[in-house]
Design a protein around this ligand. Structure first.
Ligand code: ZN
Length: 185
């Protein structure tokens, strides 16, 4: 912290008092000997996740990690990558200073990272947590990820679950499209 008098960053504590709200410290600047008071609070703010149906659920890094591990099951991912992603996301949420964040927002933060790490894990996560409006949207998302070589293979194989008949059918329920999307894994 900076001395309010000379902006020096070094100070010594000359008195310290704890209270339930935090710690009050009396400091003296090493540079100009000006005295000032600081209050330090423990950061233990709870962040609530707001689900689509408006339900609230407490954010925990453990739960977030569990969902990532599930999406990445049996994928060749180096140890520690998921933990690092969770740490990054948690720190973004804490720095935002908000007490509530939308589940979709966390989903976007996760997907941005999974996209870099592993395509299959990304699609798995997207199919479960991202409520694609219809199968067409999901199809575009996956096509965007396919390399030109994969795309050629796809044309030859004509993946049945993305066949013309199904995509032309209207009124597909999200759960139904989710079941269909799971077939590719
Ligand atoms: Zn000073």
């Amino acid at each position: 912290m900076y001395c309010p008098n000379c902006n020096n960053t070094e100070s010594k504590v000359i008195d310290s008092r704890d209270s339930k709200d935090g710690t009050r410290r009396r400091r003296e600047c090493i540079g100009c000997e000006a005295r000032f008071t600081t209050y330090e609070k423990v950061q233990n703010k709870v962040i609530q996740i707001v689900k689509r149906d408006e339900r609230r659920e407490e954010f925990t890094s453990a739960k977030l990690l569990a969902s990532l591990i599930k999406a990445c099951a049996k994928r060749p991912l180096p140890t520690g990558k998921l933990e690092k992603s969770v740490e990054e996301i948690e720190s973004i949420l804490i720095r935002s200073g908000k007490s509530e964040v939308k589940a979709d927002y966390i989903g976007q933060l996760v997907m941005a990272r999974l996209k870099q790490l592993d395509t299959v894990a990304y699609i798995r996560y997207a199919s479960v947590y991202q409520n694609f409006q219809d199968i067409e949207t999901f199809k575009k998302e996956i096509e965007g990820l396919l390399t030109p070589k994969d795309r050629k293979k796809k044309e030859n194989n004509q993946l049945s679950f993305f066949g013309e008949k199904q995509t032309k059918t209207t009124g597909l329920q999200p759960t139904k499209s989710l079941e269909m999307s799971k077939q590719i894994f």
